[in-house]
Design a protein around this ligand. Structure first.
Ligand SMILES: [Zn+2]
Length: 369
């Protein structure tokens, strides 16, 4: 049976009809002539490609960085969530099974440590970085594992400094994969981490404000290693999280012309329930408050993350692609916002999710924020 999303208002201002059948977008046209069940989102509702969150914790097994995939996925308007290293090779089969039960599309950035987040100092023991274990996991789950994850901060690597990342970068995988690397308190020093990253890699928590190890913690205006990395084609992910997003750093970045590529939330159960993350809509509203355009913000959760994980069928509304879409409003309703360090901002607007479509299934949502 064909479904027709009538008068779908896109963020470029164009209004189209979108015909969907068997989970796939069949036709995008000004006025769809065929028959079908009509979905009428409403005049003030925008439709965008289904949102993609590049940094989540969707493997429910290990506290505290864990959540049920659908709780942080489709119920919050996000149709694809990418788990950032909650699971390593030891748990990937179990995580894959859980992911298949979810309605939300779930993908994995495999932790370079085979133990994943079973221990929170997973890179303190270098013997857990195993090429055969990673190869076996990727061979078994080639569509599920879209990259690797390395958490490069002092509490994770302990005495090992930059070594885990250097080791991981020396692994000769049959198929090279992008690597998401988290930055935070050093050692390792931020410059050393950034200098190891290659084109296609992602640095997450890019606007954190920890110690003297953030992107402006140099005598120069911007850390020179960041400029070099960006020039090489390294991507910047926001990775908000409980302790990694600073309004002052994000403002300074905007003024310095340091543009983020993706807005990952680093959401898990606790920072969803108690903040400061809450959900993707709240996180996107923060970037509206900072003065970024809606186009820029939506691209950072659709086309940009899709390109990083090599899925050109996601993050786009195009004939022949999976029918994943997010329906949302931008309401003239002031919203009080807080970063990870207690700084507040007020936004005159708030983004609210109204519904999602995943693989052709349309689901209306109660909005929470
Ligand atoms: Zn994370």
């Amino acid at each position: 049976m064909t479904q027709i999303i009538k008068n779908a208002r896109q963020i470029n201002g164009e209004t189209v009809d979108i015909a969907v059948k068997d989970g796939i977008i069949q036709e995008i046209t000004e006025k769809y002539a065929g028959d079908g069940v009509e979905i009428k989102p409403g005049e003030d509702v925008y439709i965008s490609p289904g949102w993609i969150d590049l940094h989540t914790h969707a493997f429910p097994k290990y506290e505290p960085y864990c959540a049920e995939p659908d709780e942080i996925g489709f119920r919050t308007g996000v149709t694809t969530i990418i788990d950032a290293g909650s699971s390593g090779a030891d748990d990937i089969d179990e995580f894959y099974e859980i992911a298949q039960q979810a309605k939300t599309r779930v993908l994995s950035l495999l932790n370079i440590s085979r133990s994943g987040l079973r221990h929170l100092n997973e890179l303190a023991d270098l013997s857990t970085i195993s090429l055969p274990a990673i190869e076996a996991a990727v061979e078994k789950h080639p569509d599920f594992i879209v990259g690797l994850k390395a958490r490069m901060s002092a509490s994770v690597v302990e005495m090992n400094d930059i070594k885990p990342l250097q080791l991981a970068k020396q692994l000769r995988l049959k198929e090279p994969l992008p690597m998401m690397v988290h930055i935070g308190s050093g050692p390792p020093a931020i410059g050393e981490v950034l200098d190891v990253l290659e084109a296609g890699d992602v640095v997450t928590h890019c606007f954190h404000q920890k110690q003297d190890n953030h992107i402006f913690a140099t005598p120069e205006a911007v850390h020179p290693a960041l400029l070099r990395a960006m020039k090489r084609g390294v991507h910047l992910d926001v990775g908000h999280g409980t302790s990694s997003f600073s309004f002052p750093i994000a403002k300074q970045a905007k003024e310095a012309g340091i543009a983020f590529d993706t807005i990952g939330t680093d959401i898990y159960q606790r920072n969803q329930l108690h903040g400061p993350v809450y959900d993707m809509a709240t996180t996107l509203t923060k970037f509206l408050a900072l003065g970024h355009s809606l186009q820029e913000i939506i691209w950072a959760v659709t086309g940009a993350p899709a390109a990083i994980i090599g899925r050109d069928d996601l993050g786009v509304l195009r004939e022949g692609c999976p029918a994943d879409a997010t329906f949302f409003t931008v309401e003239k309703k002031p919203m009080q916002l807080m970063d990870s360090y207690g700084h507040t901002m007020e936004s005159p607007f708030s983004i609210k999710v109204k519904a999602v479509m995943i693989g052709g299934e349309y689901i209306e949502l109660e909005t929470s924020n």
